[in-house]
Write a protein that binds this ligand. Structure first.
Ligand SMILES: Cc1cc2nc3c(=O)[nH]c(=O)nc-3n(C[C@H](O)[C@H](O)[C@H](O)COP(=O)(O)OP(=O)(O)OC[C@H]3O[C@@H](n4cnc5c(N)ncnc54)[C@H](O)[C@@H]3O)c2cc1C
Length: 551
């Protein structure tokens, strides 16, 4: 098997790349995905995401290592393993983050990654139902829409206003330096989930220059000296090789991309030797710098207005299904949260540092999954820019053995202060009259959990990932950077990483929209590099050797 570009992973980033690179009919692309086709109805109906978190075939079944930050628990760490990757199983929320997130990336020395420079790629990706504006796109493949607005979450927005938060009609139109605010979340899709498999890959499948292989797990990158020349993958019990005439692109996500690099002998030499992998190229940052958001939830019983809890059962559920099929509205279209507040709880922060996500339903034990038997509401608080840094590390040279994953949540004092501040903010929000009208006494963690120590202990005992694993192959030019600002792996040739792992720091809110933007920009970087190379070849051809050297 041979192609110009071999892309590893048909996830959020990989599908974007497959589409954009095959827009040029002369370019041949091979896309290799470990998971299968995206046929499950849970994928396509937005509310189905709750059924997929620990799905045996649609996810990798990962758990994070037990850690003091999670009170010794090995929490579930879902990653999509299917066409569309995590964009096929995630909570659908479309929020780009603060402009300052990207200006920070640029300040770290990453040329071309400041807000003004990446905004065109967010716009290029997007088909916003509200039409084109200065910050929103209309002609892209990715359909984005407003959430169907639950009356209970409307009360949350009113409560936010009552405690002094600014209301934002469009949470993706934040001016740089915006302060505390509340608004409705937006989603990818509406009636149906807009995964990148559906929006980018499906239209590109008609092109003869794209070939996709599913149920094929890439084990390692094959090198000829410093040049990546192929990948080795396992499919149907046999080991195959796919050659890349131009480049290998790793888009296997923030857990699997560093794992594949390590299995290929690219990483920290002491780690590789410890687990029995021959060192090919020393790059100590591979798998380090793991960043993720960590959420602790508060829930309340509700009366006097509908919640997901009672509408997910019996006749009410049947009614919701009919409503969904006929109108594309209602509970079946709800994503992970409907409203969100962005607030500053640390006095040293310049912009909001905690995101509070609100869902019109409550869960047993505060964990997303099984709903309480009574009507309820949940608000979760997570720190936007955690300082804790974790790792993804191969445990052995066996590609089938899951890597060690440890975000080391709450290992920094600032992060501990932020989660305590976030939980206190949630209580302040729910004490506002607009919400107090519907909500009873706090169920989880319960009003008796009041001191800082008790709140922190609760967060450790019951908190969970927001599923935003990032930064394990970070972009930059320091010792721990893995790729440069063109997303090329340092010290190697013809090898790029294009997925959530290249973020230098995690964006302040959800990570799917930023990953899709990274892939849009990555495709453009490749296109320009190819153009520059062919111009150089043409210039050399036009300049006779007898005329002396070119400059
Ligand atoms: C449960 C969940 C809920 C989330 N909710 C939201 C949300 O509501 N909003 C939001 O913005 N973000 C959300 N996220 C985060 C967001 O989805 C991710 O940040 C983003 O999708 C990462 O994209 P990626 O391309 O880096 O990786 P992925 O989309 O995970 O793609 C990686 C792909 O590579 C494949 N792959 C991996 N290893 C190999 C291999 N060895 N060989 C071949 N293929 C391989 C995988 O199977 C997968 O298809 C959520 C994530 C999860 C898991």
């Amino acid at each position: 098997m041979k192609a110009d570009y071999v892309i590893v992973g048909a996830g959020s980033a990989g599908c974007v790349l497959a589409n954009r690179l095959t827009e040029d009919p002369s370019v041949k692309v091979l896309l290799i995905e470990a998971g299968g086709r995206d046929w499950s109805p849970y994928i396509h109906v937005p509310a189905g995401f709750m059924k997929m978190l620990d799905h045996p075939t649609l996810t990798w079944g990962y758990h994070a290592e037990p850690d003091p930050g999670t009170a010794g628990r090995a929490i579930l760490y879902p990653r999509g393993r299917v066409l569309g990757g995590s964009s096929s199983i995630n909570g659908l929320i479309y929020i780009r983050g603060q402009p300052d997130d990207y200006d920070h990336w640029a300040q770290l020395g990453n040329r071309g990654w400041g807000w003004d420079e990446i905004l065109p790629f967010f716009k290029k990706a997007e088909n916003w139902e509200g039409g084109e504006t200065e910050v929103r796109g209309r002609d892209g493949p990715l359909f984005t829409s407003r959430m169907d607005r639950s009356p209970l979450c409307a009360a949350v927005i009113e409560a936010g206003k009552e405690i002094g938060l600014e209301y934002r009609e469009d949470v993706n139109d934040l001016p740089p330096g915006a302060g505390d605010s509340i608004g409705w979340c937006q989603q990818r899709g509406g009636w149906w989930r807009a995964s990148t498999a559906r929006t980018y890959l499906r239209p590109a499948l008609k092109r003869p220059n794209l070939h996709v292989i599913v149920k094929a797990q890439v084990n390692r990158v094959v090198f000829d000296g410093r040049r990546a020349v192929a990948v080795e993958y396992e499919c149907g019990g046999s080991v195959e090789r796919a050659d890349a005439e131009r480049e290998v692109i790793l888009s296997a996500g923030a857990v699997n991309t560093p794992h594949i690099l390590q299995l290929s002998g690219v990483g920290a030499p002491e780690h590789l030797k410890r687990v029995g992998i021959a060192v090919h190229h020393s790059l100590p940052g591979v798998g380090q710098n793991l960043q993720d958001h960590y959420i602790a939830r508060v829930s309340y019983p509700v009366s006097g207005t509908p919640t997901v809890n009672e509408r997910s059962r019996g006749l009410a559920l049947a009614g919701e299904v009919v409503r969904y099929l006929v109108t594309g509205k209602g509970m079946m279209t709800y994503s992970a949260s409907l409203a969100a507040a962005s607030v500053k709880v640390l006095e040293e922060s310049a912009t909001p540092d905690v995101q509070c996500s609100i869902a019109p339903g409550s869960f047993k034990d505060g964990q997303i999954g099984e709903l309480d038997d009574f009507p309820g509401i949940t608000a979760g608080a997570w720190q936007m820019r955690p300082l804790s840094r974790g790792y993804v590390e191969a445990k052995s040279s066996d590609p089938r053995e899951a890597p060690a994953i440890n975000p080391r949540y709450l290992s920094e004092q600032t992060d501990r202060r932020a989660i305590i501040g976030g939980l206190r903010f949630v209580r302040r929000l729910f004490a506002a009259p607009a919400l107090a009208r519907y909500c009873g006494t706090e169920i989880i963690p319960g009003a008796d959990i009041a001191s800082d120590d008790e709140l922190l202990d609760y967060a450790r005992q019951k908190g969970s990932t927001v599923y935003h694993a990032t930064c394990t192959c970070k972009m930059g030019s320091d010792q721990m950077a893995v790729v440069d600002d063109q997303l090329r792996v340092h010290g190697l040739e013809r090898l790029r990483v294009i997925d959530a792992s290249v973020m230098p720091t995690v964006t302040s809110t959800n990570t799917n929209a930023p990953t899709i933007m990274i892939a849009e920009k990555g495709a453009e970087l490749i296109r320009r590099a190819t153009l520059a190379a062919s111009l150089a070849v043409n210039a050399r051809a036009a300049w006779p050797a007898s005329a002396g050297p070119t400059i």
